[in-house]
Design a binder for this molecule. Structure first.
Ligand SMILES: Cc1cc2nc3c(=O)[nH]c(=O)nc-3n(C[C@H](O)[C@H](O)[C@H](O)COP(=O)(O)OP(=O)(O)OC[C@H]3O[C@@H](n4cnc5c(N)ncnc54)[C@H](O)[C@@H]3O)c2cc1C
Length: 413
């Protein structure tokens, strides 16, 4: 399907596609699903991405990327999502991708030199620590309990976070903490760059979880006890932590949507290949009308998702916050991709459950998407608030209320 992408975006997506077809997918097909690849394979993949000239497209050239603008880079994210190894190869992988974007946006020169450049190179890894065990920050981030108090020219951080993706591997953690107890949390929290080896950082465990697949990503529980960082480790503006988190999350939600729509598209490609070859009840499965309709519906939903994502990205590129369109994309794409991957599993029978094909890993991976970056209900809340913002009471003028005179006059028939 063609979209209104620029020539530059198409050219980049073609290059990404060649990398996927010629390098990433052959490596993926050699590996049994469910088993994480080695760091050597990750290095090999990144080397190949550099050779194909499609490495960290979203980052400015001065920090080691390709300086492609957000809108033009989007189709690359979709290509990358077709394998669990694609985003890692092209260095467009979460959560580092969002963290690099944030560092580039609000980091100072020293922070960029210390953290952004090595992150782009793939020399270090990062995590974003916002969510807390109950009753702390979760769907309602205002419930944040972690604090940072100033002591001379240092900040002292105390808190208990979990589900910090990459938390086990991370060399640096971006931590959201309350810095003004009297202000509303949205105006009283800040972000800090915390080296993972700082005194008081206790990476308790990788929370056991569904998914992981070929990248074997961790989601860590971390205690921050009396962690001291110099004031230069404040990331962005004091008390603007939530604003900066939104600046990270808005585009990151769309890049997540594109990665998962790529995964869903590949799942359908596999399902179509399987059902086209597999025979039963006198014909190939791909000739059964009920399956064809389901594939048609899944393709339609993915097309709608991709179109909406591009619309939201255009708005962001034009300087809009685009909160409602982004929420619409997030909730719609999360459900459309989950349904498409579930359908692909069904179409492939036992091979959908087995791990010779990547479908079972995809299935485990996609389920989180309806929860991370804001659960479905949280985004529906945003959409509904906007929908009810401008209720037109005049629409109900013709109605007669109980006990009130009929204002329309005349006799009806
Ligand atoms: C794989 C994975 C990776 C993650 N990575 C990170 C990370 O790197 N950094 C980080 O900080 N966090 C991370 N998270 C945490 C994630 O952001 C939270 O799980 C999410 O914000 C929801 O918070 P919660 O789990 O506390 O759910 P809760 O707040 O306990 O909500 C539970 C459920 O209640 C429902 N719900 C919530 N609000 C409403 C409402 N208003 N109306 C109706 N229903 C509602 C939703 O269905 C929700 O799923 C990750 C989570 C997962 C699963």
């Amino acid at each position: 399907m063609d979209y209104a992408d620029s020539d530059r975006a198409r050219e980049l997506a073609d290059r990404a596609n060649r990398l996927m077809e010629e390098v990433v997918l052959p490596i993926e097909r050699e590996r049994p699903g469910g088993m994480a690849v080695s760091s050597g394979t990750v290095a090999e993949l990144r080397e190949a991405a550099r050779e194909y000239d499609i490495y960290a497209p979203q980052i400015s050239e001065e920090y080691g990327g390709m300086g492609v603008d957000f809108r033009d880079a989007l189709p690359v994210f979709e290509e990358a999502g077709r394998s669990q190894l694609g985003a890692t190869a092209m260095r467009v992988d979460a959560p580092d991708e969002g963290n690099m974007h944030l560092l580039e946006l609000v980091g100072d020169d020293l922070q960029k030199e210390t953290y952004l450049e090595p992150l782009v190179e793939g020399e270090i890894a990062s995590g974003f620590s916002m969510t807390e065990p109950l009753q702390g920050a979760g769907s309602d981030p205002k419930m944040i309990q972690t604090t940072a108090e100033r002591d001379g020219d240092e900040w002292v951080i105390d808190g208990h976070k979990w589900w910090t993706s990459n938390g086990i591997e991370a060399d640096v953690l971006i931590v959201l903490a309350r810095t003004d107890q009297d202000a509303h949390p949205y105006n009283g929290c800040s972000l800090f760059l915390v080296p993972a080896d700082a005194d008081g950082v206790d990476v308790v465990r990788d929370v056991p979880h569904m998914g992981g697949g070929l990248r074997g990503s961790s989601h860590a529980e971390i205690r921050y006890e009396n962690v001291r960082v110099p004031e230069e480790h404040l990331l962005g503006k004091l008390n603007q932590g939530f604003t900066h988190a939104q600046e990270r999350l808005g585009p990151a939600r769309l890049t997540h949507c594109m990665r998962f729509s790529g995964m869903a598209q590949r799942a359908l490609e596999i399902a179509k290949a399987y059902t086209d070859e597999r025979e039963g009840f006198g014909s190939t499965l791909s000739e059964k009308q009920s399956l064809r309709y389901e594939i048609a519906d899944a393709e339609t939903r993915l097309h709608v998702a991709r179109t909406a994502i591009r619309d939201a990205a255009d708005r962001i590129a034009a300087g809009e916050e685009a909160r409602v369109p982004v929420s619409m994309c997030k909730v719609f794409t999360a459900n459309a991709t989950q349904e498409a991957i579930d359908l692909a599993v069904q179409c492939c029978g036992a091979n959908g459950i087995g791990k010779d094909l990547p479908l079972a890993d995809f299935y485990e991976s996609v389920r989180q998407f309806r929860i991370v970056d804001g659960a479905d209900e949280v985004h529906r809340r945003v959409i509904a608030r906007d929908a009810f913002d401008d209720v037109n009471e005049a629409e109900l003028e013709p109605l007669t209320r109980f006990g009130a005179p009929n204002t329309r006059g005349g006799r009806g028939h």
